[in-house]
Design a binder for this molecule. Structure first.
Ligand SMILES: *Cc1c(COP(=O)(O)O)cnc(C)c1O
Length: 482
């Protein structure tokens, strides 16, 4: 962590890396961006990269890799079975998590498929701090139901609570009392809770959850996909961890889990995933399915080069300079927007900066998808691509009625070590301008609405021609600037 004080008194997050490979970006004129967002049906998933300036859609599989990772990829040992590359990963997993058994998978949701197939039986319940889209889908697919037991503060948009991702252990006790421990497939804790804005849980909370699980003989499954950010928050926000190393914190966490899994598209800055456990019985049950769905046990659907990169990436995740970069850039962006009056989720979390579209566009009713409209408007005025995390991302109920989400968010993900501070400043500038001109932005309505996963493929149109009004004001204020 870089705690450098500037002579000017200004505090900015200082990069503890230098850039040695670059990719050219395009910033196309606003008129071209209009054509692009119209062709994409106002759905940022359907944009082409060549029209995008800053891609803040996701942190999945797009984090920058290090020189050490790239070098390791060159010396990978490719063989179907018994590869040395795999042995290195297995050893690194043991070293970091202290778990005896490891199963490689091709990405995070593949781990969820295997865990749910083995442990979720029809009629069982999976209590969790909060769901992630794929984790919930796999529980439901296997006949289980998800119970969200996030602390109440977790859904407060603006807050000073340092650990909004904590699981409410009182609610967990009550749930187990009502349904009986036999009905609980497992308790799932998601670190760096994705869908509520990358918000962390504390060590103390995890310890309390573990104690409840022990009392009732219930299994604890830990989704460690966003562990890197959560480690940073535990280290900086939880007094008991201030003097612990990231390795020590990781071991305390891993020692509490019966099963720990992760998406290596996030954790370890590579592409792949894994399941770790110290329980031989659990391991044997899951192992069969890995060979069935993923591949042989020494690659699990991952490319051998990615396994090398992951081994090094996991090691580098134990470095405070590496882990702090994302959260510190996000903190800079959130605080700067907050200071200028733009509604954002507070306190700053991991993963990215989240704009609160419900307040940003408080004149756009939820029936007209304010978060979707904000995603379209921001791309138009800046070339910054975010991800709608609101009602467009929900799906209709069995009767075909809309189910509106609790929050209408525009997520601006901050892939690790990818953007510079001047790019973040550019995004902030255009967001502030858009906020000042928010009255010009209107709503959206579906023109093509798939039944399943409509947020990936659905197309929408503007309710009025508010794009034209935004462009006119943009040209009046910025002249012929891009
Ligand atoms: C991304 C993610 C997953 C799924 O991982 P994929 O590699 O995208 O399949 C699961 N849980 C959390 C918390 C995630 O952020």
């Amino acid at each position: 962590m870089s705690t450098v004080t500037f002579h000017s008194g200004e505090r900015i997050p200082l990069e503890m890396h230098k850039v040695r490979i670059v990719q050219k970006l395009n910033l196309v004129p606003i008129e071209r961006r209009l054509e692009a967002i119209r062709a994409a049906g106002n759905n940022t998933f359907l944009l082409r990269n060549r029209d995008i300036y800053l891609d803040m859609l996701t942190d999945s599989g797009v984090n920058a890799m290090s020189d050490r990772q790239l070098a390791a990829m060159m010396e990978s040992d490719d063989s179907y079975a018994g590869s040395e590359t795999y042995a290195k990963l297995e050893e690194k997993i043991r070293e970091i998590f202290g778990t005896e058994y490891f199963l490689p998978v091709h990405q995070g949701r593949a781990a969820e498929n295997i865990i749910s197939r083995v442990f979720v039986k029809p009629g069982t319940i999976v209590p969790m701090n909060y769901h992630f889209t794929t984790s919930k889908a796999h529980v439901v697919l296997n006949g289980g139901t998800v119970e969200e037991l996030l602390i109440d503060e977790g859904l407060a948009v603006t807050s000073t609570h340092p650990f909004k991702g904590n699981l409410d252990v009182g609610k967990l006790e009550a749930l187990i009392k009502t349904h009986g421990a036999e009905r609980i497939a497992f308790v799932r804790v998601e670190t760096g809770t994705n869908l509520i804005g990358g918000q962390p849980h504390s060590l103390a909370n995890l310890r309390e959850v573990r104690a409840v699980c022990d009392r009732h003989g219930v299994m604890l499954v830990f989704d460690a996909s966003l562990l890197a950010d959560n480690l940073y928050f535990i280290k900086t926000r939880e007094p008991e961890a201030a003097n612990l190393s990231l390795r020590e914190i990781t071991r305390i966490i891993a020692d509490m889990a019966d099963v720990l899994y992760f998406s290596a598209r996030k954790l370890g800055c590579a592409r792949g995933g894994g399941i770790c456990t110290r329980n031989q019985d659990h391991y044997m049950k899951m192992r069969e399915l890995v060979t069935l769905y993923e591949g042989f046990l020494t690659y699990g659907g991952m490319s051998i080069r990615e396994i090398e990169a992951l081994t090094v990436g996991l090691d580098e995740t134990m470095d405070e300079d590496m882990v702090s970069q994302g959260p510190q850039f996000i903190e800079y962006m959130v605080n700067d927007l907050d200071r200028q009056g733009v509604p954002v989720i507070t306190p700053p979390g991991g993963l990215g900066c989240h704009l609160d579209a419900m307040r940003f566009l408080d004149h756009v009713p939820q029936t007209q998808y304010p978060a979707g409209a904000l995603a379209s408007a921001l791309f138009l005025v800046s070339g910054v691509r975010g991800m709608e995390r609101g009602s467009v991302s929900e799906q209709r109920d069995a009767e075909g009625n809309e189910t509106y989400s609790n929050m209408e968010l525009l997520r601006l993900a901050m892939p690790r070590r990818v953007f510079t501070l001047s790019q973040v400043k550019y995004a902030v500038d255009r967001i502030v301008w858009l906020y000042e001109n928010r009255a010009l932005v209107g709503g959206l309505r579906f023109v093509e609405e798939p039944k399943l996963l409509r947020f990936f493929f659905g197309k929408l149109e503007t309710t009025t021609d508010w794009h034209a009004a935004l462009i006119a004001k943009f040209r009046a204020d910025f002249g012929d600037s891009l």
